[in-house]
Design a protein around this ligand. Structure first.
Ligand code: GLY
Length: 353
């Protein structure tokens, strides 16, 4: 089993990665949790496929289990659903000595983490991420949140899990579009921090070869994220580098009302667009944007959107809550594997779209 330790001043926690880990999840949880009661939060799709297996595995290990099932999709990251989750956890008479499991993708992880961080002023939780995006990004680093009608992730906190259990086999039941969605973030890690990873992604013939090698890829991505989070847990400096492709990506997602492009697809367009511009401005080594395009095409991700109204995208970028004031930070790469943060005035953003 591959293992990483996220080392933070106030909390350290392990990330375990192994194909088939889910089959012995009860035994694994027993090693890190000495209590009896466990609440699982998951969504309807995952519950249908894995719910019974997860509950019985935990019960076999003498845990008392309660399952809270939410609808799949971003709408479940709402205050209404959060209130229902609190309610069901209280009906289970949960205490601060018990454990909550987030079993799902980014939505379930964020919702569960936020519920765990706030109910009774904090209940321990573990992450069992089931999507590629959650396995390499959102389950690590402690960002938890719910959405408000005014925008995504507006109520949240930093609250780390006690452990993260990653079973790449769970990706087998993931819709291909969402495997590729997560691949955009894998490409991002390669582009900002690890040329070897990027070259490996380029060298694979397609999804089959990717999945054969996915355990090592997940480990590499988690390790990059671990290092960055350890240096800047609260996202005031270096951690912003993880937003490569995200400024334009978020704007694309929002422009299409979150209905047309997934997060990863938006990020894919964002990475290519900003790199093409920075290459034209001689900030980035010639040929870099083309390499990004090649890797995105390989994993069936878009790199540009024809007929996109740039002024509307620029307007949406300006509305981003992170970009108030005269200046903003953007993430560029000087070459593959070498990302950096650049502070620009808001008016300069036009050059990068
Ligand atoms: N997903 C970006 C971060 O955790 O900072």
């Amino acid at each position: 089993m591959k293992e990483l330790l996220v080392n933070l001043p106030e909390k350290s926690y392990p990330i375990y990665i192994e194909k088939g880990l889910f089959d012995s999840i009860g035994e694994e949880i027993k090693k890190i949790y000495k209590g009896r009661k466990i609440a699982i939060i998951t969504d309807e799709n995952l519950d249908r496929i894995y719910g019974e297996k997860l509950s019985s595995n935990l019960e076999k290990n003498e845990f008392t289990v309660k399952k809270v099932v939410v609808k799949p999709g971003e709408k479940s990251k709402s205050i209404d659903v959060l209130l229902r989750v609190y309610d069901e956890l209280l009906d289970f008479s949960i205490t601060r000595g018990d454990l909550i499991i987030a079993f799902g993708g980014g939505v379930v992880g964020d919702l569960t983490g936020f519920a765990a961080s706030t109910l009774l002023r904090g209940i321990p939780f573990v992450q069992i991420p089931t999507s590629l995006l959650a396995q390499i990004d959102s389950s690590i680093g402690g960002k938890v949140a719910v959405d408000l009608p005014k925008g995504k992730n507006l109520v949240g906190s930093f609250y780390h899990p006690n452990a993260v259990f990653i079973d790449p086999e769970l990706l087998k039941t993931l819709d291909k579009r969402f495997l590729h969605d997560g691949m955009a973030e894998v490409v991002k890690y390669g582009a900002i921090r690890n040329k070897e990873l990027f070259d490996e992604l380029l060298s694979f013939k397609g999804d089959d070869e990717l999945l054969e090698n996915i355990e090592g890829i997940i480990y590499t991505c988690c390790d990059i994220k671990r290092q960055i989070v350890e240096k800047d847990e609260k996202d005031t400096g270096l951690r912003m580098i993880l937003n490569y492709g995200h400024t334009i990506g978020h704007a694309v997602e929002k422009y299409f009302n979150y209905e047309t492009y997934t997060h990863g697809e938006g990020v894919a367009v964002g990475m290519y667009t900003i790199t093409k511009r920075s290459e034209e401005l001689d900030i980035t080594e010639a040929g870099t944007a083309d390499l990004i395009k090649q890797v995105l095409v390989k994993y069936q991700l878009p790199f540009e959107i024809s007929g996109l109204d740039k002024s509307k995208i620029l307007q949406t970028v300006g509305l981003d809550k992170k970009n108030k004031g005269d200046n903003m930070s953007i993430i560029l790469i000087s070459k593959i594997g070498d990302g950096f943060i650049k502070d620009i005035s808001r008016s300069e953003m036009e050059q990068y779209i």
